[in-house]
Design a protein around this ligand. Structure first.
Ligand SMILES: Nc1ncnc2c1ncn2[C@@H]1O[C@H](COP(=O)(O)OP(=O)(O)OC[C@H]2O[C@@H]([n+]3cccc(C(=O)O)c3)[C@H](O)[C@@H]2O)[C@@H](O)[C@H]1O
Ligand SMILES: Nc1ncnc2c1ncn2[C@@H]1O[C@H](COP(=O)(O)OP(=O)(O)OP(=O)(O)O)[C@@H](O)[C@H]1O
Ligand SMILES: NC(=O)CC[C@H](N)C(=O)O
Length: 679
């Protein structure tokens, strides 16, 4: 089958494999390398530095016998590459113009396609490479003869396979201030590989991991790192076999290594030099995400003019061009069903702490611009969003020494308010010690219906209708009753009451803004909105975090109750038994799906197909059929496009993460754009 599932979505499988090494024994190393290559199904396989000879050959590098058998071993890898479609990067010493160089050969489909020499040779402390090797220099030839073929040679080579643009550097190269891979990235390389031989000493693994992660982030690239392991000579040093894969600032995976506390099996493998001494890691790199990020971050290649130019060697693409391969099977990449909510509790807590602080700092600054007697009004519904905004307001006032009484929490029960949310709103206000106000908005709403000559949900009203009789009739309505004017009037009456008091703190969250799930010029508007960049799936965790860290007693338990409430705008009347009729998620689909779509559409610019593909690999809280996910995605896209006019005039508010919809900063989109091609 000449088709690839992964590459349709621009995923590129890379592996770093550190096979067992037999020091100074290239024929054995060719065999273990081939075993390793056969054991991994990947588009690109990176082997360790000088892996065909072993890194620790010392003065044996100067012997003819070692050089001859190295070339024979290389020939074996090259012949073997005719049997698969993987790109292999193998490390070996090579004589070039009379000097010995520490090089990496890129092998594909029966040929060496490129040879890259090491630029920075460590010759300090435990390293003596300057004794054996010459460093890459401008005087090097641009081609060499190798195995009877002319092969491009140099540090200016990018090997391209489909959208993957691969550049190679060798160990010490990336422990320097400006690694060669930085220049390669500026020239377009997006998969940076490092063949390494790195011994383990205290703390070095963390440093190495940081370098891999940060080089991938700085270069907006994938970084694939492969070090030789403890089967190297241990005369003085123990090499770790550490293999790492990072993508744009995040480590996607790493292998075991000497020193991680799990080494006995690695060491055991050494007794018979079997493959069990091997370490490896494989992951699917999302090239689409890298390409998108580089395009968006315009400053990425501003410095390109100061970098050397590169040559590209094109190996062809995937798919129908004759170079495709079988689907790769299971995806080797974790697809986070809840990209805004870290799974791990410590990380979640840190994230909540950071976000709550950013929200609070934003509001503190805004309050500092207002007079000291300014009151801050907030509509407290007993729901999640207004609770979070209220907690931020309290924390901000506490931090700047403003009296909590300057916060006016207004409960405004309407026709849709349930007794549960009303009472949690009242308890919330009471226990926080802020100023409390209660305004029943129903009469004002009824007056508005009369002025508009509007029959709410089809029920005729007249001057003789009173609030209680209307409420009683509303409660008898079927569950599917709908009336947008009825809902909007309530939301606008509330905002009118709030606005007429002065400074209003906004409560609407980012997911609602994405979906346009707010009433224009009502809950959509405020003077400052601390929730503007908070995704719905995170709100309840922020409320819990604040409850557990800043509040105690009854307030804490009220906050926990609120954090567990169904999400509803409560604009439609409750049923006769008092239960919520209108669940937002029943109307527009689950927020866990919408937040997933929001992340991949806005953050990564992914297509509908790609988002659906990723969703099919995510473990959501609920079981959704592929059809349901696709339908909900269509709702998301339609609503996202349609509601840009609302987002184009949102109040100020703090950005807290990489996804933000501020029309002044992160997301500028015409209100009249057509969603057709995105569906
Ligand atoms: N609004 C939001 N509310 C809550 N969480 C939000 C969020 N937006 C993203 N997140 C989450 O934050 C996490 C990290 O997001 P991800 O998109 O992977 O973020 P990532 O690209 O890794 O960047 C992490 C942070 O560093 C910043 N950065 C990175 C690189 C370069 C520069 C620069 O200025 O040059 C800045 C970036 O803006 C972001 O704030 C994810 O879990 C994501 O879901
Ligand atoms: N009964 C109410 N009393 C006071 N304010 C309310 C009331 N209902 C809604 N509001 C205000 O309008 C905002 C938007 O309300 P909506 O009912 O759409 O719920 P929401 O977006 O889920 O927010 P929340 O989670 O705060 O209820 C609320 O955050 C709140 O500030
Ligand atoms: N092989 C090398 O270039 C080793 C040097 C590098 N700094 C390391 O210890 O990992």
């Amino acid at each position: 089958m000449k088709n690839t599932i992964l590459n349709d979505h621009n995923l590129f499988r890379v592996a770093a494999v550190s096979p067992t090494i037999s020091v100074a024994n290239p024929s054995a190393n060719a065999k273990s390398s081939i075993r390793a290559i056969d054991s991994v199904d990947a588009d690109l396989i990176v082997l360790p530095e000088l892996g065909l000879t072993g890194y620790t050959c010392g003065d044996l590098f100067a012997t003819d016998a070692l050089m001859t058998s190295t070339l024979l071993a290389l020939g074996e890898l090259v012949s073997h590459s005719e049997s698969h479609d993987k790109t292999i990067v193998a490390g070996l010493p090579l004589r070039v113009c009379g000097s010995l160089m520490n090089t990496a050969a890129v092998i594909f489909n029966g040929k060496v396609r490129a040879v890259v020499p090491k630029t920075f040779l460590p010759t300090y402390r435990e390293f003596y490479e300057g004794r054996h090797f010459a460093a890459a220099s401008n005087a090097d030839p641009s081609e060499i003869k190798l195995l009877n073929e002319i092969v491009p040679f140099g540090t200016d080579l990018i090997v391209q396979r489909g959208d993957a643009k691969i550049a190679v550097e060798i160990c010490e190269d990336f422990w320097t201030p400006i690694p060669p891979s930085s220049h390669a990235a500026l020239a377009g390389a997006n998969v940076l590989v490092n063949l390494s031989s790195s011994n383990e000493t205290i703390g070095k693994a963390g440093w190495r991991r940081d370098l891999v992660r940060s080089q991938s982030g700085r270069c907006i690239a994938a970084y694939v790192y492969c070090s030789s392991g403890p089967s190297e000579s241990t005369s003085d040093l123990v090499f770790g076999g550490h293999c790492l894969i990072a993508e744009n600032g995040a480590v996607l995976g790493e292998s075991r290594r000497v020193g991680d506390g799990e080494t006995p099996s690695i060491a055991a493998g050494m007794t018979n030099e079997s493959t069990s001494a091997e370490t490896s890691v494989a992951r699917d790199i999302d090239l689409g995400r890298l390409i998108h990020d580089r395009q968006v971050v315009g400053s990425f290649d501003d410095g390109r003019h100061a970098s050397p130019s590169f040559r590209t060697i094109d190996l062809g693409g995937f798919g129908n061009d004759g170079q495709g391969r079988e689907p790769r099977g299971d995806l080797l990449r974790r697809i986070d069903a809840h990209p805004f909510v870290p799974d791990e509790s410590t990380e979640l807590e840190l994230r909540c702490a950071e976000i709550f602080d950013i929200q609070t700092a934003g509001l503190c600054k805004r309050l500092s611009r207002l007079g000291p007697t300014t009151k801050l009004s907030i509509g407290v519904s007993g729901g999640l969003d207004s609770t979070l905004a209220l907690l931020v307001a309290i924390r901000a006032c506490d931090s700047i020494g403003k009296d909590r009484k300057d916060i006016v929490g207004i409960t405004m029960p309407g026709f849709g308010t349930t007794s549960m949310t009303k009472s949690s709103a009242e308890t919330l206000i009471e226990t926080t010690g802020i100023t409390r106000e209660l305004i029943d908005i129903r009469q004002l709403c009824l007056d508005t219906f009369l002025s508009l000559n509007h029959s709410p949900l089809g029920i005729p009203v007249s001057d003789s209708t009173d609030v209680e009789s209307l409420q009683a009739q509303l409660q008898k309505l079927p569950d599917d009753a709908k009336d947008l004017t009825f809902e909007n009037v309530q939301a606008r009456v509330r905002t009118m009451l709030l606005m007429n008091r002065g400074f209003v703190l906004g409560t609407g969250d980012m997911s609602e803004q994405a979906l346009g799930w707010s009433t224009y010029n009502a809950d959509h508007m405020s003077m400052y909105n601390v929730n503007t960049s908070i995704p719905k799936t995170l709100v309840r965790f922020l409320v819990r975090y604040a409850a557990d860290h800043y509040f105690d007693g009854e307030l804490r338990s009220v906050l926990h109750d609120i954090a567990n409430t169904t999400i509803s705008p409560e604009l439609l009347p409750p049923r006769e038994d008092g239960t919520i009729r209108q669940s937002t998620e029943e109307s527009i689909g689950a927020y866990e799906l919408h937040d997933f779509f929001l992340f991949h559409f806005v953050r990564n610019g992914f297509s509908r197909n790609k988002i659906l593909y990723l969703a099919s690999h995510a473990k959501f809280d609920q079981d959704y059929s592929p059809k349901h996910i696709a339908e909900t995605l269509d709702i998301f896209v339609k609503r996202f496009f349609f509601s840009q006019y609302k987002r184009n005039c949102v109040p100020d508010g703090p950005k807290v993460g990489s996804v933000s919809l501020s029309p002044r900063g992160d997301w500028r989109m015409p209100s009249d754009a057509n969603a057709g091609d995105f569906l």
